[in-house]
Design a protein around this ligand. Structure first.
Ligand SMILES: C[S@@+](CC[C@H](N)C(=O)[O-])C[C@H]1O[C@@H](n2cnc3c(N)ncnc32)[C@H](O)[C@@H]1O
Ligand SMILES: [Mg+2]
Length: 249
C-alpha cells in the first residue's frame, strides 16, 4: 500500500506515544476520554438494540459474544469497558506504546486482543473479517485520509452491523473549547492535539458513511459536565458529536 493510502498522521504520532504511559492515571485530557465511557456505551447499546444485534441492553453482560473492533483504542479505556459487558473486543492502535500500556492494564482473562496496526493494515491482514460493530471514539479527527478510514472500517462490518464514531466539529465554538480552552488555557491537552483543519463536520462524515454503504442512523451532540465529571447528550453538535450508522448490503 503506498503512503497516500495510509491513515496515519505522522505529525501526531508523538503526541500519542508521549501520553501512553501516564494515560491510566486519568489526569487531564485522558480522564476526559475515560469519563466518556458511560455515555458512549449507552449510545452504542441503543444502536445495537435498534439494529437487532442485541435484544436486551440491560443486565450485566448485554454484549455477550458481540464482536467489536475498537479502532484507535489508545490504552484501552473503552475496549476494557466493552469487554466487561461481555463483548469480544479487538483493539487496534497505530502507536505501540499505547498497545503495550493497554496490554499491561488488562486484567487476566479479559476478552480483548490488542494489535498495533491501522484499519487499512488490519483489513489487508484479515481479509473477510467481519465485526458486529466497529467503533472509533475521538480518532477520526486525528487520522490522515479520513474517508479511507471510513471505507476500510466499513469493509470490516457485517451487513446490519454498526459503525460508531465520536469526534469534534469544525466550528468557532469547537475552536474555543477544544483548542483555546483545552490546549491553550487549561493545558490539559498538548498544543497541536486538535489541528483545526482536521476537525470534521457531521455532514462530511455522513457523506463518507453513505459512500461506504453505511446508512447514518443517529446523530447527537455531547458535552462534559466538570462538576459531575460526566458526559451528557445535547442536541447541539457544534462541539462534540456522536454518530452511528448501519452497514447496508
Ligand atoms: C484521542 S485518542 C482516543 C483513544 C480511545 N479511542 C479512547 O477514546 O479512549 C486517539 C487514538 O487514536 C490513535 N490513532 C491515531 N491515528 C490512528 C490511525 N491512523 N490508526 C489507528 N490508530 C490511530 C492514537 O494513537 C490514539 O491512541
Ligand atoms: Mg481528539
Amino acid at each position: 500500500m503506498d503512503k497516500s493510502a495510509s491513515t496515519i498522521c505522522e505529525s501526531q504520532q508523538e503526541i500519542w506515544s508521549g501520553v501512553a504511559n501516564s494515560a491510566w492515571n486519568l489526569n487531564g485530557a485522558m480522564g476526559l476520554l475515560h469519563s466518556m465511557n458511560t455515555l458512549r456505551t449507552t449510545l452504542l447499546l441503543e444502536g445495537l438494540t435498534e439494529s437487532g444485534i442485541i435484544t436486551n441492553k440491560e443486565g450485566t453482560r448485554p454484549l455477550e459474544g458481540v464482536r467489536i473492533l475498537d479502532i484507535g483504542c489508545g490504552v484501552g479505556f473503552w475496549s476494557e469497558a466493552l469487554a466487561q459487558l461481555g463483548a469480544n473486543v479487538t483493539g487496534v492502535d497505530s502507536v505501540m506504546e499505547n498497545i503495550k500500556a493497554a496490554e499491561a492494564h488488562m486484567a487476566p482473562g479479559m476478552n480483548i486482543n490488542y494489535d498495533c496496526t491501522t484499519v487499512e493494515d488490519y483489513l489487508r491482514d484479515h481479509p473477510g473479517a467481519q465485526f458486529d460493530a466497529v467503533v472509533a471514539s475521538e480518532v477520526i479527527e486525528h487520522v490522515e485520509n479520513p474517508e479511507l478510514f471510513v471505507s476500510c472500517a466499513s469493509k470490516l462490518i457485517k451487513v446490519g452491523g454498526i459503525f460508531f464514531v465520536t469526534t469534534i466539529n469544525r466550528t468557532v465554538f469547537s475552536w474555543c473549547v477544544a483548542i483555546l480552552l483545552l490546549e491553550y488555557i487549561l493545558g490539559i491537552a498538548e498544543v497541536g492535539t486538535h489541528p483545526y483543519n482536521k476537525l470534521l463536520t457531521p455532514t462530511e462524515v455522513e457523506n463518507w458513511f453513505s459512500r461506504a454503504s453505511i446508512e447514518p442512523k443517529y446523530l447527537t451532540g455531547q458535552f462534559y459536565n466538570p462538576i459531575t465529571k460526566n458526559w451528557f447528550r445535547i442536541s447541539s453538535t457544534q462541539v462534540f458529536w456522536v454518530m452511528y450508522g448501519v452497514k447496508k448490503a
